[in-house]
Design a protein around this ligand. Structure first.
Ligand SMILES: C[S@@+](CC[C@H](N)C(=O)[O-])C[C@H]1O[C@@H](n2cnc3c(N)ncnc32)[C@H](O)[C@@H]1O
Length: 227
């Protein structure tokens, strides 16, 4: 799967992409992340990517020309053109179902905003899917783009050591419930012991216990997922 990320701050991504599962996936050729600095598509000598809002008010707005030019150039780099996503707090809220849909795409083009956000004509011209990672406002779309890349990468075959682990994840089983509690060594810590059933070796009992715990946890914390 290929991700193209359009940003004013490409360096933000380097640490995240060079560690752990994402690095392994990239090294194995299972995913590729291409970073594009929107500023490179400016044509004026000051490389201006933002300007004051018409109508007044605080902050700066991202200009239409460099973003549209950058998206159009990046889309032409390879076939197929990517599904175009604009990260925005005003977009559709990201959840595991949407992650599944996105992970089925061969290519995503992710556009990160900054400052007061985008000139509306960027949206009118490019007609992207706008995606929000939650009802709060970030300084920029880079962290949101990393969330999308990270969540999708778990569903790319081969990225996780064991595919079963993403199938058991919260929101990912058929029932859509939260995952059951997990334990590892030691068996006892400050008087807290691992439930006996997990040490029993009885796989049927373990599966029943996990299903029940999953249900109880979901009922306690996220009744909405059961409805
Ligand atoms: C400070 S925000 C602009 C918010 C904008 N003034 C508004 O109220 O809708 C700057 C950029 O951060 C990104 N961003 C902020 N919050 C986000 C969220 N919850 N999900 C996805 N992207 C977000 C977007 O790319 C946005 O253009």
């Amino acid at each position: 799967m290929r991700f193209d990320v359009l940003t004013l701050f490409p360096e933000i991504f380097s640490g995240y992409l060079s560690q752990s599962l994402l690095k392994k996936g990239i090294d194995a050729g299972l995913l590729a992340v291409h970073l594009h600095d929107i500023r490179r598509w400016t044509t004026d000598k000051h490389q201006k990517v933002d300007d004051r809002p018409f109508g007044g008010g605080p902050g700066m707005v991202i200009k239409v020309e460099p973003v549209v030019d950058c998206v159009e150039a990046v889309q032409k780099l390879v076939e197929p053109a990517g599904k175009l996503i604009l990260l925005s707090p005003q977009g559709k809220r990201l959840d595991q179902d949407l992650v599944k849909e996105l992970a089925a795409e061969p290519r995503l083009v992710l556009v990160c905003g900054r400052y007061e956000g985008f000139d509306q004509r960027i949206i009118d011209v490019l007609q992207p899917e706008e995606i929000s990672i939650g009802d709060y406002v970030l300084n920029g779309g880079e962290a949101a783009a990393m969330v999308v890349i990270d969540a999708c990468s778990r569903l790319i075959p081969g990225v996780l050591g064991d595919e079963q682990s993403s199938q058991d994840d919260s929101f990912s089983t058929e029932s859509g419930q939260l995952e059951f509690p997990q334990y590892t060594r030691p068996r006892e810590f400050r008087g807290l012991t691992v439930p006996e059933v997990l040490l029993s070796g009885d796989h049927g009992e373990i599966a029943r216990w996990r299903q029940e715990q999953s249900y109880l946890k979901t009922k306690e914390r996220r009744q909405d997922l059961l409805e």
